[in-house]
Design a protein around this ligand. Sequence first.
Ligand SMILES: Cc1ncc(COP(=O)(O)O)c(C=O)c1O
Length: 331
Amino acid sequence: MRAAIAAAEVGDEQIREDPTVNELESRMAEILAQGEAVFVPTATMANEIALRVLAEPGDELIAEEESHILLSELGGPAVFAGLMARPIYSPNGRFTPEQVREKARSGDLGHTPTTRIVAIENTHNSSGGRVWPVVEIEALADECHALEIALHIDGARLFNAAVASGEEPATIARHAETVTICFSKGLGCPFGAVVAGSGERMLRARRFKHQFGGAMRQAGMAAAACVYALDHHVDRLAEDHARARRLAEALVEAGLPVDLEQVETNFVQIDVGALGLNQMEAMERLLDEGVRLSTTMGSRLRAVTHLDISDEEVERAAELIPRALDVPARV
Ligand SMILES: Cc1ncc(COP(=O)(O)O)c(C=O)c1O
């Protein structure tokens, strides 16, 4: 990837003269079965642009309560698109067409805002990297379209969802008006994301990208990493998923509170609260043993497998984590 970055052909991205960015954008549009894709620095910016494209200030956004869009973008949907948020809580990150129908507002009462966007997250980060089955996305999209609501997929980890479910990315993405993909997660790039949608919507997306400060110059250096990742780092996500499953099973075997049902992709959540520990105490103990986990929802910590984590490291972590958390060895 470093060699691809060094050899990248570049040009002025702001005026669409960077050949490597252009190549990435056209490949991504095809992969996602959307009219166009727009390269941006981060998936947060991609989400914010999509929301701004799909609605006007004062409109309403329905999303899962613990979704990245509502939880981890510092109120961006309110700041950049002026949206009201209507959260739906779900323990596995998914919600139903019926729930959308119940929540959605048509705005025809003269006082209430209009629901314009439903955003889903696939995979859903805070529920443990869980995957939306395509049939559920299809049913949700049908309901949204019947209600004249746009569907946005925050697919920061959509390639993980595709690999885990055996679906093509296009099969997942084609149901949505806009889709976000992140290259700096399992795909292993230093940075980069795309937002994709129809040509008309992406024309507006390019305008907002510039207004938000995301129009770049010789961005081909970053896009070259993303092109490299498309060629080399997609199929291998299956290895990360297998390693996460191996780690999860070993931790359950060692007596740790891990819900195996949650482990569908590359995350393993450990509920340290059930061991009488708070997140910070548990993280410190783990760091002392040389294992770095991150915090996630409630009293859980999250282990993530990715292209820098080997089988040996998974086996080592499976030994060190129970020891650090003081779970008595099983006989
Ligand atoms: C589901 C989801 N969407 C969007 C993002 C934002 O990605 P970035 O860090 O590139 O802004 C993240 C980051 O963790 C994420 O998990």
